[in-house]
Write a protein that binds this ligand. Structure first.
Ligand SMILES: [Zn+2]
Length: 349
């Protein structure tokens, strides 16, 4: 399938050279892609999301508040303790949300899509910006897929090293959206225990896989093969959306895990195979974190090579000694207790 790479030109207006989440992250990815182009991929500039699409996830009060905060400043300012804004952050965030919707359009047209945009989204709740995030791009994409194309069951897999607390929060009571997250624990935002499995009608459609520090390729693959794949198979999604965060690489200055570029490539292979088996290859990836620019660029490139069915470049950064059993405790608990893995009766009609 063709792969659309969707960029968000307005992101350069939302940047801070002294912050890890800065415009140079995308520059590094694009430079790598330019130096080693991938057959079957094309680059497209995103449109701006309709406010209605954003309000399908975020409260109108929050959207208006964020817009006003950006309009009232003249230079870089602090929105929360960890999240900066510029006068153009609202427009940049709106374009990142638009890119996520454009990716759904590309998927429905019969291709794969990878959003190379920012700011990221998975920490943003319906009414709160946090963790460098303003609008929850992947949640907006999920609602857009349901509203515009009538897709019923959406699976979101979040392999950023941080728990996607915002995405979990938005869909915690929703039986039609499965949220699966691998994340280091303890680590910001200090949520995402195994015991958090959804509530009400959504009980069983949240699946957290906390990992010990230094979890490596072996640990991640164990989590994917023993938990993520069986859960996806049981849920039978109509499409698969990936919160693709690259801060679990061993070189990342923010993270504390030990994934390699090769490991990231395997994760995307597993997810692509799942999408091909379960939902006609409908898969979209949306960039979240990743703050070692060299690891980010190489890992994103390797992921796109998988989507495009092209061989990956040699992993010149290599591997580091890690913790191959870092997922063991979570796998054991989830296998015994999570309804998607444990119950044999049909819980989703
Ligand atoms: Zn992250």
């Amino acid at each position: 399938m063709p792969v659309k790479l969707i960029i968000t030109p307005q992101h350069t207006m939302h940047t801070n050279a002294h912050h890890p989440e800065q415009a140079a992250r995308i520059d590094a990815i694009m430079a790598f892609l330019h130096a080693t182009p991938i057959v079957g991929t094309t680059v497209h500039a995103a449109g701006t999301a309709d406010l209605d699409c954003i309000r399908a996830v975020h409260s109108p009060d929050y959207v208006a508040w964020l817009q006003q905060r950006c309009e009232r400043i003249s230079t870089l300012a602090e929105l929360t303790a960890d999240t900066y804004i510029t006068p153009d952050s609202f427009g940049a965030a709106r374009m990142a949300a638009g890119a996520a919707c454009d990716a759904i359009d590309a998927m429905q047209a019969g291709g794969h899509a990878f959003v190379l945009g920012r700011p990221p989204g998975h920490h943003a709740t319906s009414s709160e910006a946090m963790g460098f995030c303003f609008f929850n791009n992947i949640a907006i994409a999920a609602r857009y897929a349901q509203r515009t194309y009538g897709l019923g069951r959406i699976a979101i897999v979040d392999f950023d090293i941080h728990h996607g607390n915002g995405t979990q929060d938005i869909f915690y009571g929703d039986a039609d959206v499965l949220f699966i997250s691998t994340h280091a624990s303890p680590l910001y935002p200090f949520s995402g225990t195994c015991e958090q499995m959804g509530h009400g009608a959504g009980y069983g459609t949240t699946l957290n896989i906390p990992l010990e520090r230094l979890s490596d390729d072996t640990a991640y693959l164990a989590a994917f093969q023993q938990v993520v794949l069986p859960a996806l198979t049981r849920f039978q999604p109509d499409c698969l959306l990936i919160s693709a965060g690259y801060d679990a690489h061993w070189d990342d200055p923010v993270g504390n895990c030990a994934l390699s570029v090769t490991g990231y490539s395997y994760l995307m292979r597993v997810l692509l195979d799942a999408a091909q088996q379960l939902c006609n290859g409908k898969i979209v990836a949306i960039l979240e974190g990743g703050y070692s620019q060299r690891a980010l660029a190489a890992s994103v490139h390797a992921s796109i090579c998988q989507l495009a069915e092209q061989p990956m470049m040699p992993d010149t950064l290599g591997q580091r000694l890690g913790n191959p059993n870092g997922a063991g405790q979570s796998i054991a608990w989830l296998t015994a207790h999570h309804p998607l893995l444990h119950d044999t009766k049909e819980i989703f009609s």
